[in-house]
Design a protein around this ligand. Structure first.
Ligand SMILES: [Zn+2]
Length: 110
């Protein structure tokens, strides 16, 4: 499963960055256009974290809306649809945000 390997690399990155410290919580940002399903990541997180210092950590996921700019009318707008189309009808758009998957913050257990 796609999300399991993604979640595994998130857990690996957190554990490595905090050098084995006990992790209490992880906050992720998963853009609507990233192609990653937050529910699947939630589901995979406990499996991926099992046996690591992140086991039992709380997972929070932000899902920022995607933003794009039209190259024809220069309008900026929110993308609800994975098929990018400007309200003016142009498909000539640039995605500004929403394709990201990043670790926003990590809470280390006291
Ligand atoms: Zn436009």
């Amino acid at each position: 499963m796609h999300e399991l390997s993604i979640t595994q690399s998130v857990v690996d990155a957190v554990v490595e960055r905090f050098d084995g410290a006990r992790i209490a919580g992880v906050r992720l940002e998963i853009g609507r256009l990233s192609g990653v399903l937050p529910d699947a990541v939630r589901f995979c997180f406990d499996v991926a974290a099992a046996g690591t210092p992140a086991e039992g950590a709380r997972l929070e996921i932000d899902e920022p809306a995607a933003r794009a700019r039209c190259r024809d009318c220069t309008d900026e707008f929110e993308l609800e649809d994975p098929i990018p189309l400007c309200p003016c009808g142009s498909a000539h758009i640039e995605v500004l945000a929403g394709a990201e998957l990043r670790i926003v913050s990590v809470e280390v257990a006291a």
